[in-house]
Design a protein around this ligand. Structure first.
Ligand code: PTJ
Length: 248
């Protein structure tokens, strides 16, 4: 589909196009399309831009990743389809390992996602040959590598499902979640929740990482307060939209 750049929803339509193509190629799961739609709805309410709370979280995330012993970026189908270059740039900047970890795991999808990251310059992507298991997570969802997710002290997990986010926290890891839904279980389970669209969030973390290199760690991020402010922002946006309709 050719969308003119002047179209008011150009960015959003281009992202949909990328996901549709990646779904057709087998990289994105069927449910990934639904998850994206949920994200779009929240992004609409947030004004489709990085809110100040997200920017603060992105800065905190950059500092945590820079000061980690074994920082790992977990990659799923949606994120790989939407922003492979940005993931590789962030991994190189920190430097952090990339590990593919799929909710709807099949060997074929694992290879597709890893291949796609490699096409965009990624090296040594982990995940295809798991040798460890996240405790308390059933079946394939818990499969990971010792070198990567299993021993990571700080892990960035964009678009995570709540169970895995909780299981990673239970392992004592510092978790950074990117989720446009501040009400989700993942958002509440994380050490740092970035309520932002993933294609904006990842490059922002990279920029902060470049600025913060060589500096001491930032003070502890108050995730609950940031989530409250993000929820207030949505509530206020809805109130303003309602007011625009007038009384009655
Ligand atoms: O590729 P797989 O097999 O690992 O599967 C990935 C999905 C996304 C299907 C899986 O992780 C899943 O089912 O996720 P959930 O539980 O639906 O959660 C996805 C969350 O991400 C939702 O809360 C959405 O609001 C949010 N989200 C969706 N798209 C974006 C997003 N947040 C930021 N940026 C997005 N582009």
């Amino acid at each position: 589909m050719t969308v003119p750049k002047s179209h008011p929803r150009y960015e959003s339509l281009m992202k949909r196009d990328k996901l549709i193509e990646a779904y057709k190629s087998g990289m994105v799961a069927e449910a990934g399309m639904i998850a994206h739609g949920r994200g779009e709805a929240f992004d609409y309410l947030l004004g489709e831009e990085t809110i100040p709370e997200a920017e603060e979280a992105e800065m905190a995330a950059a500092s945590l990743l820079l000061h980690a012993k074994n920082p790992v970026i977990s990659v799923n189908g949606n994120v790989a389809a939407l922003c492979p270059e940005a993931l590789v740039e962030l991994a190189n900047t920190i430097p952090a390992k990339l590990e593919v970890n799929l909710f709807y795991r099949t060997d074929e999808r694992m290879k597709k996602v890893i291949g796609h990251l490699e096409e965009h310059g990624a090296k040594n992507v982990l995940g295809l040959k798991p040798d460890a298991h996240i405790p308390d997570l059933e079946h394939a969802r818990g499969l990971c590598t010792k070198e990567g997710i299993f021993t990571a002290d700080v892990i960035l997990v964009p678009l995570e499902d709540g169970d895995r986010a909780l299981a990673l926290r239970k392992m004592g890891k510092t978790t950074i979640i990117i989720d446009l839904n501040p009400l989700s279980r993942s958002a509440r389970a994380a050490s740092v929740t970035i309520v932002d669209e993933v294609t904006r969030a990842i490059p922002n973390i990279t920029e902060f990482a470049k600025q913060l290199k060589g500096q001491p760690p930032l003070k502890k991020f108050d995730n609950e307060a940031a989530l409250r402010r993000a929820i207030d922002r949505i509530t206020n946006a809805l109130f303003e939209l309602r007011c625009a309709f007038g009384p009655g």
